[in-house]
Design a protein around this ligand. Structure first.
Ligand SMILES: [Ca+2]
Length: 429
């Protein structure tokens, strides 16, 4: 047990760097930052793309936070900002912060804690917000999705009537919660990224909500029209906790546990084979995209389509942390290829599409924060063909990026005393 704990700590420490390694893999294409779109089906590696020196924006510091994780705008243009240790702040555009009460107990350790926040598409009438977090419990944490209401007119804002509407079972150890929330453009469905919890093989188990992107109703139930609509799964599944997370070790040490019936995972699942999706967003055409943390190398941008298997841990453009190679995605044409990938990694965090007016050249682009890359990355599209168009060194790990209703791009840095930045077009002189 002690050995396992130590090994897990080592893994956690390695992962806490979120792919901070700069180990280079051979055989890479090295596109310039101005690479032109390619029609080739094979994705392009942007791991060695160099930052563009000139920034077309000014970055104003609006406020600072302790280990912020996510940001969401209310219709009145105030923001909700989560801090991983378990705080939510209501923040005005000029940076005035008010603490939000009623936040549930979270397990703040490693990658776990208070994670994403999303505002109901019907907020004007239901005042609902959704949060995701690592919920402590017997046997380990589960990723929890909760809904609560918040009175936007209150001088002491608080989450009220909080209910956990979805919970990842079985509970267990491991980071990589995913936890990102997105709403369909029509506001009818909620998509939730459930990371692989460093367990790897369950990402391929249709009976476990691990390594999946789920499509739920706004009440947290399986959404009608999902690929597995009406199906239930086994109630006895293999619990695999780190450090049992190599394929061989998982096979040797898989333990059987019971989850409550009915197991709705097959009916909730939209796509599978994900490692740690760390950003989830719809483009203006209604297509769903995700960025995903790879292992040692192999960060991905994926176009998420129903019923597809995105390959983890069977294939990756990266390798395991113990340098055990993983087969290339080119060996498995039955598994979905990423739209592009990064090796070495950028450690993506946050994904947003820009359709504002302040930066006309950016309309239709996606933006990704880079933790290891300490960068902001712009991705341009030709249909569904994606390319890294620009990368700017921000000097700090970037934890979140959101297109604001004001046309600005809003960034959260990572860590203690992390800044909330508002990006606007660079003023002359
Ligand atoms: Ca993949």
């Amino acid at each position: 047990m002690l050995r396992n704990l130590l090994a897990f700590t080592t893994i956690s420490a390695a992962l806490a760097g979120c792919g901070g390694t700069t180990a280079a893999a051979g055989n890479q294409q090295q596109p310039s930052a101005t690479a032109s779109p390619t029609a080739a089906a094979t994705p392009v590696n942007y791991g060695n793309a160099k930052p563009v020196a000139a920034k077309p924006f000014d970055a104003a510091t609006v406020a600072t936070f302790d280990q912020p994780w996510a940001l969401a705008f209310l219709p009145d243009r105030r923001m909700l900002v989560t801090e991983k240790p378990g705080q939510i702040w209501l923040v005005t555009a000029d940076g005035t912060k008010t603490k939000v009460g009623g936040v549930p107990k979270v397990h703040d350790e490693g990658q776990g804690g208070l994670l994403d926040v999303a505002v109901s598409p019907r907020f004007a009438s239901d005042h609902a917000v959704y949060i995701s977090y690592s919920e402590p419990g017997e046997g380990g944490d589960s990723l929890a999705l909760a809904r609560a209401t918040i009175d936007p007119a209150a001088t002491a804002p608080a989450l009220t009537g909080l209910q956990v509407i979805w919970r990842q079972l079985p509970r267990g150890q491991g980071g990589q919660f995913g936890a990102y929330i997105a709403f369909s453009p029509d506001g009818q469905h909620l998509f939730l990224a459930a990371g692989d919890r460093q367990r790897m093989t369950p990402a391929q188990d249709p009976d476990q909500p691990v390594g999946k992107i789920l499509r739920l109703t706004l009440d947290g139930k399986p959404a009608p029209g999902n690929p597995g609509e009406g199906k239930t799964g086994a109630t006895t599944v293999s619990l695999i906790d780190p450090p049992e997370n190599t394929v061989a070790a998982a096979k040797a040490k898989g333990r059987q546990v019971t989850v409550p019936a009915p197991n709705l995972t097959p009916a909730e699942t939209w796509s599978s084979g994900h490692r740690n999706p760390y950003g989830l967003a719809f483009d203006s055409q209604g297509r769903l995209w995700s960025v995903e943390m790879g292992p040692k190398g192999g960060d991905e941008l994926n176009l998420i389509e129903p019923g597809k298997n995105y390959g983890w841990p069977l294939v990756s453009y990266g390798s395991n942390y113990d340098d055990v190679p993983i087969p290339s995605p080119t060996t498995r044409p039955d598994l979905a290829e990423p739209a592009l990938y990064w090796n070495p990694v950028i450690a993506p965090a946050g994904l947003t599409f820009y359709d504002g007016t302040l930066f006309p050249d950016w309309r239709g682009s996606a933006f990704v924060g880079g933790l290891a890359a300490t960068a902001l990355v712009r991705i341009a599209f030709d249909g569904t063909t994606a390319r890294e168009a620009e990368r700017w060194d921000m000097g700090n790990r970037i934890r979140a990026v959101v297109s604001g209703p004001d046309g600005a791009l809003w960034l959260l840095e990572d860590g203690a005393e992390a800044k909330l930045l508002r990006l606007t077009p660079k003023k002359a002189g």
